[in-house]
Design a binder for this molecule. Structure first.
Ligand code: IPM
Ligand code: MG
Length: 360
């Protein structure tokens, strides 16, 4: 029997509700594959601020560092919106990414055949979409210095620095090429090299790294065009690699191909052999808190990604994904993906249904 220690950071809003379902699913998967999961919880986000006065307590980061993998729910709630920026819940996300050196963020945008009609886009355009967006996660304008707001010559000025070191680009490029190798062998690097110097370096390094992956067909696209192409003809993409800010924007955009933010998981990976973190790409949806109404599928699929990327267990990944699809095929829908003639399902029931598919 294998034992894995999982840090469970449920966070705020509906984070704890979706996490409960993911833990249920992992326990079911554990029984199938003879794995024991030790789940240890710690606070992150607003709830951590309430108790410790900081959104990312040192003890939470320590627990995450010594665990085999981290599952994260979501952070944020309206009641924290007026806090100073350095203690806002979002700061904890940036802090844990940097603290664990999670530089590679994998955000798949997959359209389940059963849900083609939930997309706001035309069915024929989204049916069969399977894109992997690889977003650099610890650099760029998110972390660049100098930054701040100050007064110069009597005028206030705000500034951030869009900056990449060549080694930062190189390591994310390697992750991207390796990911593309395991998929459709097509990689599109998204930048703004027609305007930004930092993008020109990005492109140069990506081209350099591409020499080590001759089988991968590499293309480049400016970010404005990419934003348009993702909506116009998403099936042209297999794997996309881009910087932190462009990836933030494009991954939210791509989530709409599938119809709901409630469906999409993510993996944030660090150096080989180090701890990785798994979280849904959606927020904490505080308006749905306590209503048993939020969709747990994104978090459940994040747990599936953990099995694949942290524990190299593709069979467990496939089993979870297959079980989710079976439940959707049987007509069960949470409210975010509900349509006529389908069976409206709560958060807990959705988790239970997926567990019973796993147990079959
Ligand atoms: C995301 C979010 C975060 C980001 C925010 C909440 C800090 O939008 O994970 O995409 O900008 O990275
Ligand atoms: Mg975002």
């Amino acid at each position: 029997m294998k034992t894995y220690n999982i840090a469970v950071l449920s966070g705020d809003g509906t984070g704890p509700e979706v996490m409960t379902e993911a833990v249920k699913v992992l326990n079911a998967v554990g029984k199938k594959f003879d794995i024991e999961f030790n789940f240890e919880e710690a606070l992150i986000g607003g709830i951590a601020y309430d108790k410790f006065g900081v959104p990312l307590p040192e003890s939470t980061l320590e627990l995450a560092k010594k665990s085999d993998a981290v599952m994260l729910g979501a952070v944020g709630d309206w009641k924290y919106d007026t806090l100073p920026p350095e203690v806002r819940p979002e700061k904890a996300l940036l802090g844990i990414r940097k603290g664990l050196n999670l530089f590679a963020n994998l955000r798949p945008a997959i359209v389940f055949e059963e849900l083609v009609s939930s997309s706001p886009l035309k069915a024929e355009n989204v049916s069969g979409v399977d894109i992997m967006i690889i977003r650099e996660l610890t650099g760029d304008v998110y972390f660049g210095t100098p930054k701040g707001v100050e007064t110069r010559d009597g005028k206030r000025v705000g500034f951030n620095n869009m900056i990449y070191y060549e080694d930062e680009v190189r390591r994310i490029a390697h992750v991207a090429f390796q990911t593309a190798m395991a998929r459709g062998k097509k990689l599109c690097s998204v930048d703004k090299a027609n305007v930004l110097d930092v993008s020109r370096l990005w492109r140069e390094i990506v081209v350099e790294v591409s020499k080590e992956y001759p089988e991968v067909e590499l293309s480049h696209m400016y970010v404005d065009n990419a934003a348009m192409q993702i909506i116009r003809a998403p099936k042209q993409f297999d794997t996309i690699v881009t910087g932190n800010i462009f990836g933030d924007i494009l991954s939210d955009e791509a989530s709409m191909l599938s119809g709901s933010l409630g469906l999409l998981p993510s993996a944030s990976l660090g150096e080989e052999g180090k701890v990785s973190l798994y979280e849904p790409i959606h927020g904490s949806a505080p308006d749905l808190k306590g209503k048993n109404a939020v969709n747990p599928i994104a978090t459940i699929l994040s747990a599936a990604m953990m099995m694949k990327y942290s524990f190299k267990n593709n069979e467990a990944y496939d089993l979870i994904e297959k079980s989710v699809k079976a439940v959707l095929k049987a007509g069960y829908r949470t409210q975010d993906i509900m349509s006529e003639g389908k069976k409206l399902t709560g958060t807990t029931q959705m988790g239970d249904l997926i567990v019973s598919e796993i147990n079959k």
